[in-house]
Design a protein around this ligand. Structure first.
Ligand SMILES: [Zn+2]
Length: 445
């Protein structure tokens, strides 16, 4: 079997990994959007509407023959590790005859994005990944999708077996979320591994850069904040970070406040009802829903009017209620114009507390809440815990898995792997190397 990392040996985002069996059959693991353009600027609006040829020429689409619309399809399948754009964002360009395998949670999040963002097109041919020990058998390949702890729901590591060799691609993972037991269980679930392709997002970063040590400590800090103030508290976080929603919900209940989420968030939770029984639902105790006009329109257009009505009857909260008792609520919100509109209304009486509970880079880049804070001379409280394992946790994981060789991916500091784990072998983007050759290089270290 041959391993090619099309993108990710020296960068975070835009991950794309290829495995080719000795008989020539090929599969792709992840097809992510790079986080930024090569010069660091954001992708211009309309990038996703450009032609496959254009995007290939500019290096946005990795050079993978037989993968894209307009090609003669020559890839057996694509597997997605999780629903973050830097892992699946280019999937709409995949040839519709090529199946795209993803976990139920990933598929739910792709469908939710498609519902609320009309520009977010979906891959044409999507197939549900089973839980181990069930596997997907495709010609010479056997692929197992092992659940991992990460900030996207139902994230998976991908274990690929072919030609008597086993390659484990970690996807993104961590050891400090609510599902950290999955981190501890991964080595046993994977079994013998020849090549571990391991994400290293935090490699080379200052320790503590991912924020609070773990999700439970974050919940405790939020709970303390909600108890200490009688102000309205708004927590800005990603709607697909279920751990964070659970933390805000639990902290709100502990502080005797009602938990508020918007209709988008309530729909995300409803879609994940079975996967995450700990997630706050519209019919859970102490939950209220803030209705936003555009969300209602999208839900109605998608045929979910009955659900919208049930949510409204059970949990709808009006801005006037929040205004009358600001200390009675904690609002898990997104950085958008509707949120800032609500803040302006509430602040006509007294100030609110704004908590930034996602990657700080998004705040530094600007956006509705960042701009509003700047305008009022306000610094949001940063209470966050990142989605990626610390370098120390990665070293522990690599040690327990005991692969013959570890290949860094999704990292700006691949060289740091060598100082933290034995048998780390750096690769270059776009170069195919046989698993036997990688193992030989690993053994020579
Ligand atoms: Zn991720």
């Amino acid at each position: 079997m041959y391993l090619t990392i099309h993108r990710g040996t020296k960068q975070i985002g835009g991950s794309c990994v290829e495995l080719q069996a000795n008989d020539g059959a090929r599969i792709i693991l992840d097809i992510g959007m790079p986080l930024a353009m090569p010069d660091g600027a954001d992708w211009p609006a309309g990038t996703m509407r450009r032609s496959t040829e254009d995007l290939r020429r500019d290096g946005v689409l990795p050079a993978v023959d037989g993968l894209y619309r307009g090609d003669r399809p020559d890839v057996a399948a694509v597997f997605l590790s999780h629903a973050h754009l830097d892992h699946h964002g280019l999937a709409p360009f995949i040839h519709p005859d090529i199946p795209v395998h993803a976990s139920p949670g990933t598929i739910a999040m792709l469908e939710v994005s498609g519902l609320f963002l009309p520009s977010a097109t979906q891959p044409g041919n999507i197939v549900t990944l089973p839980l181990p020990p069930a596997a997907v058998q495709l010609g010479p390949f056997r692929v197992q999708a092992i659940p991992v702890d990460h900030a996207a729901p139902d994230s998976r590591a991908l274990l690929v077996e072919a030609d008597g060799e086993r390659v484990l691609y970690s996807g993104d993972l961590r050891a400090h979320g609510r599902l950290r037991h999955l981190f501890d269980e991964l080595p046993a679930a994977a079994g013998h591994v020849d090549v571990l392709v391991l994400e290293g997002t935090t490699m080379g970063q200052e320790s503590g850069s991912h924020g609070i040590a773990d999700e439970l400590a974050l919940e405790a800090q939020l709970s303390e904040l909600l108890r200490a103030t009688d102000q309205f508290v708004l927590v800005a976080a990603s709607g697909q970070n279920i751990d964070r929603a659970v933390s805000v919900y639990r902290a709100a209940l502990a502080a005797d406040r009602q938990f508020v989420m918007d209709l988008y968030q309530a729909y995300v939770m409803d879609r994940l009802r079975e996967l995450r029984p700990d997630a706050p639902q519209f019919d859970s105790p102490g939950v209220r829903i803030k209705f936003i006009g555009t969300h209602v329109t999208r839900m109605k257009e998608a045929g979910h009017w009955g659900l919208v009505c049930r949510m409204a009857r059970r949990a709808k909260v009006r801005s006037e209620e929040l205004f009358a008792d600001p200390g009675g609520f904690a609002y898990l919100a997104r950085s958008n114009a509707a949120t800032v509109g609500l803040l302006r209304y509430l602040e006509s009486a007294r100030p609110s507390v704004v908590v930034w509970s996602q990657w700080g880079g998004y705040l530094d880049k600007g956006g509705a809440i960042a701009d509003w804070c700047l305008e009022c001379g306000r610094e949001p409280l940063r209470i966050h815990s990142g989605g990626h394992a610390t370098p120390g946790d990665l070293a522990v994981l690599a040690g327990k898995i005991g692969a013959r060789v570890v290949v860094p991916v999704h990292t700006f500091a691949p060289a740091e792997f060598g100082s933290r784990m034995v048998s780390a072998v750096m690769m270059d983007d776009g170069c195919a190397v046989a698993v036997t050759e990688l193992c030989r290089r690993g053994a020579a270290i």
